[in-house]
Ligand binder design. Sequence first.
Ligand SMILES: Cc1ncc(COP(=O)(O)O)c(C=O)c1O
Length: 483
Amino acid sequence: MEQLPLFLTDKPESKEAYRRIIAETADAVAASFEDSTAYSGPTPQELKELIKVKEILPESGLGWQTVLERLKKQILPNFLRTPSTDYMAHLHSPATIESIASELVLSTFNQSMDSWDQSPVATEIEVEVIKMLCSLYGFKPESGADGVFTSGGSQSNQTAIILARDWFCNTKLNYDVKKHGLPENFRKLRMYTSEISHFSMEKSAHILGLGYESVVKVPVDKQKRMDTAALAALIEADVKNGNIPFLVVATIGTTDFGSIDQVSEIAPLCSKYGMWLHADAAYGSGVILSQKYKQRIAGLELCDSITVDFHKMFLLPISSSAVLVKDGSTFDALTIHADYLNRTEDEEDGYTNLVDKSLQTTRRFDALKVWVAFQTRGKDGWNKIISTSMENAAYLYEKLLNDGDFAVVTKPEISSVVFRLKGGDEINKKVRRKLIHGHGVVIGQTVSDGFVCLKFTLLNPLITHDKLDSLVELIRKLGKTDV
Ligand SMILES: Cc1ncc(COP(=O)(O)O)c(C=O)c1O
């Protein structure tokens, strides 16, 4: 059995092994894209059988070639192929080829972003990418705007909620949460978000010691946007009742519908009551790169913080997300010095330790993927990608609206279409399962207004109108055939 070098080093034999193994892996992955469907079809039980090996940790190593063969036989054919135009289930995108190459680079060097001495050039790149992003969304780095990469939208939202809570307590209640823990009247703190916002709001409220009861769910209108009049009434009633509103989270692209809360209406309310305004633009942040549609997310610069996810509309590998903050000094909530890592004098001498802004300590160099993908495709390329997915959603909506077999929930503002086959919840559920196991087609399922619905999340710009037409016909046919 071949003795594999441990690492890529300056030695010729290690370079040769690195090149060969990466090439063999790339060949195996490419070969596994045998057909155009998204999934090979096995049920959970069948998969459990298929992936069985005698031992995952054998007494003696089996060597790379044996493991590669197992990978080829047991795992690669059964991966979900997100680049397939038959995949449109979730806000989980295919990854562009150049961003996969970036993953190779960042994993090979394995930088950790916590301190400058672990990631010198990576730190400087992340700082530059954050500056560019702040400017893109209307925040001014020269006036103190800042941000940090995170593990995803949930962590970006959580970070923003922590900063909002600490800022509010510091500046409005003259109380230092970082030092003393929650204030005595913490049960009165309230944050507001639409009833269809992402569950990371409640999860964060729980983790922050505020509990679900601190999250006030604001009703949505017919277009699934936060009802701003209802928001105003809820805040006012809370103030009258002695509660303490500190934060509104506007969703810029709800998870199911892609609906966009109206920041220009919400921002004045936040100013009036001295609240922080966070935009959860995990989904909708990509719209900024569509020349035709970017107006739909106008007003983000009015917010105090913004969640931007690159592993959704921006088609980058998981994970890649950032939280941007208008006033970077609020990151002080997360800064704690350790003698071994982020000494205070480092900062004075110009050494940036990004751990000062992050919930994580060891952290991936995910900013590299943005640096590579933005430069590779440029504004033109990204405009085409984002606009195409949005136009696909508009096309599908019109088609379903005029088809008597289907009910469509709401006009898409981004790239998701939620609809159902008329005929009941069970039919819709069965159709989705038949699509996965019988046709390799993976679409979403959710509930809207009490009905089980199907969902197309159209992030992949390779999806064509013809493809959408044929999937609609397939769904109609499967709905009519008995299971
Ligand atoms: C609106 C919204 N916010 C936040 C998230 C969480 O993002 P992540 O899965 O990257 O943690 C999602 C996930 O789909 C989302 O749709």
